[in-house]
Write a protein that binds this ligand. Structure first.
Ligand code: FES
Length: 124
């Protein structure tokens, strides 16, 4: 896969995000007021769907579940809670459309929710 047209630029209002699907790969387009970002649709923390839990203030995207934050201007982590970077696809705006460079779907690795150590289980 390569550059893909995702949507018309004016279909994502300022400081909002919207989920799209291109060739079976879900992607969020976020308009942070000074440009657009494209990223996978789930929070890198606990897989929350960001089209529901994410909101944008200024240039900062916040996941409302546990307040992890990323600066959409720089793509860096921000805020005091955030522990993992967000994956961004490259984006460009061309002839009024948003295009994203997606080679393959990016999926995060999530920690096991069960914190019990396997060794403790088998030795007890
Ligand atoms: S699930 Fe998004 S911050 Fe925890």
């Amino acid at each position: 896969m390569s550059w893909r047209r995702i949507c018309a630029a004016d279909s994502v209002a300022e400081r909002t995000l919207k989920k799209f699907e291109v060739d079976g790969i879900p992607v969020i387009i976020a308009n942070y007021g000074e440009g657009f970002r494209a990223f996978p649709p789930v929070c890198p923390h606990m897989e929350e769907p960001l089209e529901e839990s994410g909101f944008i203030e200024g240039k900062v995207l916040t996941c409302s579940k546990h307040l992890w934050q990323w600066d959409l201007g720089t793509t860096e982590m921000t805020g005091s809670e955030t522990e993992k970077p967000m994956h961004f696809y490259e984006v460009k705006e061309e002839n009024g459309d948003i295009h994203a460079f997606i080679e393959s779907e990016h999926e995060y690795e999530f920690d096991e929710e069960d914190e019990m150590d396997d060794d403790d289980f088998f030795n007890s």
